[in-house]
Write a protein that binds this ligand. Structure first.
Ligand code: AMP
Ligand code: GLY
Length: 423
């Protein structure tokens, strides 16, 4: 079978790396991909949200399965585009349709879904410009810190947490009246502040059945000790060491099953990944967010821990036969450390030559922002390469990643030396 992956990050390289090992694969294509995906498949120079270009590539290359990496094409309706096209409608797409992708694309949609299905989450109220005054009054009734969330996708910047009431009121006004995040802040969800430690669970579902993928914890801040600006993710570990069987069972019963059952009760078709961001405190678990795709860099630790044929699972999901499959995992832990460009997550330069990647033997370098230019491997994004390693536990795995990183360099290279510090 010929397969197409949409996307160009470390997540997509990790998926491509695993799918390339499947006996069920004929040819693998990645659009647009990066210098790493090029090693395990064929990169196609097309924009992942140019659906007509995707269609042309699918037909030209006899693609029989499409896996959507990032949320953008899903929220813009790539799956619906396939279903509405006579030549594409039989080709399974892994990733939900536009309506269900609102689980990620609209905070309000996700909150309503959780409340409808009794899934534990923070209390909230939702406001639009018309009831800004009510929103400002509401802020006076809740205790700080104030959690303000732009309803729509805001490139990871839409969640603002403030201690001061006046600042919170100004922020709410900025978002609603002054359209701080454009259309994404047409509505704002004000949420109860939750304390605890965050972790993520992932499931692959066909809308009725599901398989639970390995858990992971990512490190979003740029600075050591979780300080500084938010990034796409600076590293991750899997499994999450404090996630006991008992806690996992609680997550299955209180969150995963009600989520999948919720899709059925609401008549929402859902084929793809559900990324469930959780917060754990004093034995209780609450959902912080849903994403309609895998996490990045979580995928760079989740996928390497899957023993089963990943493509076989994806095909089963696409054919709505996931109930016939189980998933086998590796015993080893995995970690990943992201190498990023100097300046990231603020302004940074691209095109820096990357040296030493080929000499890494004990880790798997998953490329994120890389490309080949004049025969050289160069940086092409803020997050450049994720260095994944296995180990008997996450500390052991981390030692290997940090050893491998010593062999790699590029101008401005930065990374966190404290992944897993809080575990
Ligand atoms: P989200 O985009 O909803 O995942 O929010 C981004 C980040 O903000 C999360 O990963 C949390 O660290 C933090 N956050 C979101 N909601 C809350 C909340 N209700 N209480 C505390 N922290 C939160
Ligand atoms: N690492 C967080 C995300 O993929 O959204």
């Amino acid at each position: 079978m010929n397969v197409l992956i949409l996307g160009s990050g470390g997540r997509e390289h990790a998926m491509a790396w695993k799918i390339a090992q499947s006996k069920l694969l004929d040819k693998l294509f990645i659009a647009p991909g990066n210098a790493g995906t090029k090693e395990v498949g064929t990169n196609l120079d097309i924009n992942q949200t140019d659906f007509e270009a995707v269609k042309k590539a699918v037909l030209e290359n006899d693609i029989k399965l499409v896996i959507v990496g990032p949320e953008d094409p899903l929220v813009k309706g790539v799956h619906d585009f396939f279903l509405n096209d006579n030549e594409l409608k039989e080709i399974p797409v892994i990733g939900p349709q536009k309506y269900a992708a609102q689980l990620e694309g609209s905070k309000e949609f996700a909150k309503e879904f959780m409340f409808r299905h009794n899934i534990p989450t923070a209390a909230y109220e939702s406001f639009s410009e018309e009831n800004l005054e009510a929103g400002l009054k509401f802020l006076e009734t809740v205790s700080p810190p104030y959690v303000l969330k732009a309803d729509g996708l805001a490139a990871g910047k839409g969640v603002v947490i403030l201690e001061d009431l006046q600042e919170a009121k100004e922020e709410l006004t900025e978002m609603l009246a002054n359209k701080k995040f454009g259309e994404a802040s047409n509505k704002v969800v004000i949420e109860e502040f939750l304390t605890g430690i965050e972790l993520s669970c992932f499931v692959l579902t066909d809308g009725k059945s599901y398989v639970t993928l390995p858990s992971a914890k990512d490190y979003k801040r740029i600075g050591e000790g979780d300080k500084g600006l938010n990034t796409g993710g600076m590293g991750a570990v899997s499994p999450v060491p404090f996630l006991t069987d008992e806690l996992m069972e609680k997550i299955e019963t209180q969150v995963i099953k009600p989520t999948i059952n919720g899709f059925q009760k609401d008549n929402i078709p859902y084929v793809g990944f559900v990324f469930i961001g959780l917060i754990y405190d004093k034995g209780e678990i609450k959902v912080i967010e849903y994403n309609c795709r895998m996490g990045d860099p979580e995928t760079e630790v989740v996928i390497p821990r899957i023993e089963s044929d990943f493509l076989e699972l994806l095909i089963a999901a696409g054919n709505k036969e996931l109930h016939t499959k189980t998933i086998e995992l590796k015993k080893d832990s995995a970690c990943t450390v992201m190498l990023v460009s100097g300046g990231y997550p603020e302004a940074y330069e691209k095109g820096k030559e990357i040296l030493g990647v080929d000499s890494v033997e004990k880790s798997i370098p998953f490329h994120a922002g890389t490309k080949i230019e004049d025969g050289k491997l160069v940086t092409n994004g803020g997050r450049v390469i994720a260095i994944t390693s296995y180990g008997s536990d996450f500390k052991d795995a981390l030692k290997t990643s940090y050893k491998s990183i010593e062999k790699i360099c590029f101008n401005g290279m930065n990374f966190r030396t404290d992944i897993g510090f809080d575990l």
